[in-house]
Design a protein around this ligand. Structure first.
Ligand SMILES: *[C@@H]1O[C@H](CO)[C@@H](O)[C@H](O)[C@H]1NC(C)=O
Length: 397
């Protein structure tokens, strides 16, 4: 076991590796540049998100092979989770926990469903230290004023926090990183930090950060930022995080947390549409250090606020299911009426087109009412009941 302090340098970056060329600028060049940057060997651990193609993962792992002999891609859903981890020291164990709900399949432009958003756990051993790395990319918020995914995102925040809480006890330290798609002011963030018992590296770094400098998405310095978004949020938003916690016997401090990457060298564009977040941690063995206790009053206060959010999600899923059932019935009725309409000679194809469209609509409504809406409803019920049980058991104590 080590005597002196161990220094650990960690980086997380949402790489924006979307494979439709129209929606994603300079992808190949950016992936190459990310590989070149990582190959410098600056960091001990790297967590990437939105690596949506295996080709990009192979390019990256080849580029960094001499510094990161150990790496893993977390496969999930139809396209893969987009998550991967690179480590200087061996990966001992891996597990992927898929979030139970991930948006809707028919919202193809949102795309979350196809990747099956997840949290990946990689257990590594670094200089005698047992580290649990958690890497995640949560469901995005597409409309800040009217977030249709507010309950789904709450379910994911809760699932992430429980997963870290219940698997993070056997390691020496835990590091959680990724694109949470949640601002620090949001309830979901507070559920993660209080129930997951985690510290935000940005807030815990030794020198207090200058206000508004830690933004990671839609920032003024990023070449891909939509100018319209800057009018609403002139500094951008902080939604990518590195969080941490040490267990009993260890002291873990964040020396510095910073955004290390700017534009790709000699180019006018950034590495990604998000900023990378890096942190330098110091870990010491400390026999008097105890595992940090959960702040139960804060956690419970957040749960009490989350329960009605989930209730809204349950109601929304029930309402949507009823809408689809109504559409299904209407579709079937229309289908049989159409059959009785006499069409003038030569125009039968018009009727056929309408009928085919109806059949597609009916099939879609069956899929939504029988599968998708009940799955969404149950995921919200599950998270809500869990929280109520936890709140109740604290009352009994
Ligand atoms: C060891 O842990 C104790 C209790 O958390 C703390 O007060 C002390 O500062 C730590 N010592 C070092 C050297 O980090």
């Amino acid at each position: 076991m080590f005597e002196m302090a161990i220094t650990l340098k960690v980086l997380t970056l949402n790489c924006w590796g979307v494979f439709t060329p129209l929606a994603c600028d300079y992808r190949n060049k950016r992936i190459m540049a990310i590989g070149d940057e990582l190959a410098k060997g600056e960091y001990d651990i790297v967590m990437l998100q939105e690596i949506w193609t295996q080709a990009d993962y192979v390019i990256l792992s080849n580029k960094v092979a001499s510094v990161f002999p150990h790496h893993h891609y977390f496969h999930s859903g139809m396209f893969g989770s987009g998550l991967c981890v690179f480590s200087k020291s061996p990966i001992i164990e891996i597990f992927t926990m898929r979030y139970s709900i991930n948006g809707y399949a028919h919202k193809i432009h949102h795309g979350d469903w196809f990747g099956n958003k997840a949290v990946g756990l990689a257990k590594i051993e670094y200089k005698g230290l047992k580290i649990n790395l958690y890497i995640t990319h949560a469901l995005a918020e597409y409309n800040i004023e009217n977030d249709e995914y507010i309950a789904q995102r709450m379910v994911q925040a809760y699932e992430l926090s429980q997963f870290v809480k219940h698997t993070g006890e056997t390691s020496d330290i835990n590091i959680v990183g990724g694109d949470f798609n949640m601002r620090a002011e949001e309830l979901g963030y507070r559920v993660i930090t209080t129930n997951g018992n985690l510290e935000d590296a940005w807030l815990k770094q030794k020198e207090a950060p200058v206000t508004n400098t830690g933004m990671t998405s839609e920032t003024p310095r990023n070449s891909f930022t939509n100018p319209k978004k800057l009018k609403i949020q002139p500094h951008g938003e902080r939604i990518d995080f590195l969080m941490f916690r040490s267990n009993g016997g260890f002291t873990m401090e964040c020396e510095k947390c910073y955004l290390p990457l700017d534009k790709v060298p000699d180019q006018t564009y950034s590495y990604s549409d998000h900023e990378a977040v890096a942190a330098i941690f110091t870990i010491r063995k400390n026999i008097t250090a105890m595992t940090k206790q959960l702040d139960i009053p804060s956690r419970n206060k957040n749960f009490e606020e989350a329960v009605p959010v989930l209730q809204k999600g349950i109601k929304k899923a029930q309402f949507d299911r009823n809408v689809y059932i109504a559409a299904l019935i209407l579709g079937l009725v229309a289908f049989f009426f159409l059959d009785c309409i006499p069409m003038p000679y030569g125009l039968g194809w018009v009727l056929s087109c309408v009928e085919y469209t109806l059949v597609l609509g009916v099939v879609f409504s069956i899929w939504m009412s029988v599968v998708m809406c009940p799955v969404e409803e149950n995921a919200c019920i599950a998270a809500q009941k869990d929280m109520l049980i936890i709140l109740n058991s604290d009352k009994i104590k």
